[in-house]
Design a protein around this ligand. Structure first.
Ligand code: GLN
Length: 547
């Protein structure tokens, strides 16, 4: 049975709870333990799949096809443990399960209440897979005292109470604000936050305090005293140059030791930090830099492309260069020349997206990259747009476009080079979609196998001809255009195993032009950069030497 670490936050949101959880997971692994990380989100949406990226940042997709919170991406990037559907839950999902059971008559007509029905549902969720790992780290979204979060807090309190002593601990993240006028760090908000937590029956074992300034010993003692936490378990979390320094920084502050102490695990196994020392070395010792443009729609909120940004950073680490990312709003050149907006970049990336807005600009970006021999990586929609560009400007299909845009506009204007697929094969079973399915349920989601053409650029990059990557899209390139496009030099170098679904396209006679229908960024890690990103950045380095 796993030991449980519940991670909560207080004082303000966005303190980096997800990062602290992920870093702790990495440190426990470094000490030889197996871990799994989970996120419990208080919002009422049933899943994050239908939430706007403007609202909530990127949707992170798991191998088993769940659309989850972007924190699961952090967890995977730090631990390398592939997240599952059962690692993310929202209040909406919990309530929806409870109501479904009520409708089915499972509760035998009893009155349905938050305690015990909702809390039991949460506890059942927490138990899933508890015999598989040494530590289960469960992060509760939001801050203590939030109205939606209360059932989760109550559930973890009950959960710990029902387990043998020493099986569960609580870690709480707070902020120590700095008052410049008096030159002091203030501990009162932390005291209040812990008081709030204790009022609902949870006493933290470890306190992580975010601070922009060093925490004096005296303040640490005071926090320990007022919050009833051991002084050694008051851990400082300072701002870092890179998030990937977090495991070493937290180790240095004693977080993993404090956690193992709280469980009474003694002597604690010695950590092997080689992986993170290498990552740190690659962050600090770079030779040169490259400028890469991400031409997208949601450029105001960088979190909308979180995993892509991280994967580019990993690609930089693989090549020991700094990657500067510029966010370019494709809509600004929908109707004008793209060149002035894109000149000077060493590579162009067009990410995934939904809807027609900004697509004409992105098609121009693909054209610019093709004609000027600039490395181009198109992801999902970025592949589809590169195909339209090739079809329109090289293969003579003047009206090449996507059914998606016509559906959206309610008029037929395009020749559907990309069309809505209603059924396909996953592994060895058939998947069918109807137009009446839920909004969240109509996509090709999760891990699919692709076969790569021998001798193609991508086969060389991956070093294999069979890959598995994660998908999240409704529309597919129609293979009936394959011959026509390949004659022009755009090769379909990756296909679904049954040969029906194009997975990768690449231009001949171009230094680096690859479009992928899947999301390689979701599987990249700092200690194992994704081969496509590593090679894309390498190509950008080559391009930077030419100018
Ligand atoms: N909108 C496109 C589709 O649904 C691409 C989706 C994406 O880029 N994730 O097929």
């Amino acid at each position: 049975m796993a030991r449980y670490i519940f991670i909560t936050g207080g004082v303000v949101s966005s303190l980096g709870k997800g990062l602290a959880s992920a870093a702790l997971g990495a440190l426990l692994q470094a000490r030889g333990f197996s871990v799994r990380l989970r996120k419990l989100d208080p919002y009422l949406n049933v899943d994050p799949g239908t939430m706007s990226p403007f609202e909530h940042g990127e949707v992170f997709v798991t191998d088993d096809g769940a659309e989850t919170d972007l924190d699961l991406g952090h967890y995977e990037r730090f631990t390398g443990v592939a997240a599952r559907k059962t690692d993310s839950v929202s209040s909406g999902r919990i309530y929806s399960n409870v109501l479904e059971k009520e409708r089915r008559g499972d509760y035998l007509g009893r009155t349905i209440q938050v305690i015990p029905h909702v809390t039991n549902e949460i506890k059942d969720f927490l138990h899933i897979g508890d015999d598989e790992v040494d530590f289960m780290l469960c992060e509760i979204g939001g801050t203590v005292g939030d109205i939606e979060g209360l059932p989760f807090f109550e559930a973890i309190r009950q959960f710990a109470q029902e387990k043998p002593r020493g099986q569960c601990i609580f870690m709480h993240l707070t902020l120590l604000p700095y008052l410049a006028a008096s030159g002091e760090l203030k501990t009162k908000p932390t005291q209040h936050s812990v008081k709030e937590l204790r009022s609902i029956g949870i006493a933290p074992d470890v306190l992580v305090c975010r601070s922009e300034h060093p925490i004096p010993e005296r303040e640490r003692e005071k926090i320990g005293l007022f919050c009833n936490v051991r002084k050694e378990a008051v851990i400082a979390a300072y701002d870092l140059k890179s998030i990937y320094e977090a495991p070493l920084a937290y180790h240095h502050e004693g977080l993993d030791q404090a956690v193992l102490d709280a469980f009474g695990i003694s002597p604690a196994p010695r950590p092997n930090l080689t992986r993170w020392l290498d990552v740190q070395d690659r962050i600090h010792n770079t030779d040169g830099e490259v400028n890469i443009a991400i031409v997208g729609k949601y450029v105001q909120l960088e979190d909308a492309y979180k995993s892509i940004k991280e994967a580019l950073t990993h690609g930089g680490m693989a090549n020991r260069v700094r990657v500067n990312v510029d966010w370019v709003n494709a809509e600004t050149f929908d109707r004008e020349d793209a060149a002035p907006h894109l000149e000077g970049f060493h590579a162009i990336l067009v990410p995934g997206g939904f809807g027609e807005r900004g697509t004409e600009g992105k098609i121009k970006a693909a054209q610019f990259a093709r004609e000027r021999n600039i490395p181009y990586l198109g992801i999902c929609l970025g592949l589809q747009l590169a195909v339209f560009e090739a079809a329109r400007n090289v293969a003579g299909v003047a009206k090449a476009g996507s059914e998606e845009f016509d559906h959206e506009a309610g008029v037929m204007r395009f020749e559907p080079v990309v069309y809505h697929l209603k059924e396909w094969v996953q592994g060895n079973h058939k998947v069918e979609r109807k137009s009446t399915d839920d909004k969240g349920g109509t996509m090709r989601l999760g891990a699919y196998t692709a076969s790569l053409a021998e001798g193609s650029k991508v086969a060389e990059i991956y070093g294999t001809t069979t890959i598995e990557e994660r998908h999240r899209h409704r529309y597919e390139v129609d293979i009936k255009y394959r011959k026509q496009l390949e004659t022009c030099g755009l090769h379909f170098s990756g296909m679904s195993p049954d040969g029906r679904l194009p997975e990768i396209v690449e231009w001949d006679d171009h230094p680096w032009f690859v479009g992928v229908q899947f999301h390689p960024e979701l599987k990249s890690k700092p200690f194992a950069p994704h081969p496509l990103f590593a090679d894309f950045v390498r190509a950008a380095v080559d391009a930077s030497r030419l100018v």
